[in-house]
Design a protein around this ligand. Structure first.
Ligand SMILES: *Cc1c(COP(=O)(O)O)cnc(C)c1O
Length: 207
């Protein structure tokens, strides 16, 4: 089972506490319209360029839709990202924070989640857990509205210990939103206190 029936099933499984974001990279505008017409309003895209090609028409047609950036952001794409996304979930370094703070002087303010490299993987983006608090304080000084954390735990391992650590980091900073859990581990994420799971392949099929 895929598509809208699968989404409905996971919605009733998770209940009201956990928001379901559709991770819609590589999905066509036409495919996304099916979910929008069915009432779904929360989507995440990985690449600014792809989102800029797909979403402007959809956002005009469905103005209540919330679009989040869940992929890495380069400073030279920051302006375009702020024009398109309601929430940037991949803020992970001071240099990007500086750039966003400058851009916010002339663009509407957005929300940010700090991405944490919870598995401390060299190839992955995200701030190291021990540097999180300092980055958070820095963003606050810059008046960036940080409201949550996001992570992608190491592949091929049990995610639960990482999710538990993320829940604690989120509580320590008293942040409202915790974006964690994908198709393979959304149940563990929900049990560990995720407020938002990001689902792709389990809904759209393939990978
Ligand atoms: C693709 C993607 C997802 C969804 O992954 P699935 O395993 O297909 O559910 C979630 N988060 C991020 C950051 C992604 O890039």
């Amino acid at each position: 089972m895929y598509g809208i029936p699968k989404l409905q099933a996971i919605k009733s499984e998770l209940g009201e506490q956990v928001h379901i974001m559709l991770a819609s990279k590589n999905q066509s505008e036409q495919q996304l319209r099916l979910f929008l017409e069915n009432g779904h309003r929360l989507f995440g895209e990985n690449r600014v360029q792809e989102a800029a090609e797909k979403w402007p028409r959809l956002l005009t047609a469905y103005p209540k839709c919330q679009l989040h950036l869940i992929g890495p952001l380069q400073t030279n794409k920051a302006k375009q990202a702020l024009q398109l996304f309601d929430v940037i979930q991949s803020l992970d370094r001071p240099k990007l924070a500086n750039k966003l703070a400058i851009l916010e002087q002339e663009l509407p303010p957005r929300q940010y989640y700090l991405q944490v490299n919870i598995g401390r993987e060299p190839q992955k983006s995200g701030v190291m857990p021990e540097e999180l608090e300092e980055l958070y304080k820095y963003c606050k000084q810059l008046k960036l509205n940080v409201t949550g954390l996001m992570c992608i735990p190491p592949a091929g391992e049990d995610s639960t210990p990482y999710f538990v650590q993320m829940r604690k980091l989120c509580d320590d900073l008293e942040l409202a939103n915790l974006s964690m859990g994908m198709s393979a581990d959304y149940k563990q994420a929900a049990r560990s206190g995720s407020t938002m799971v990001r689902l792709g392949s389990i809904i759209f099929g393939g990978r």
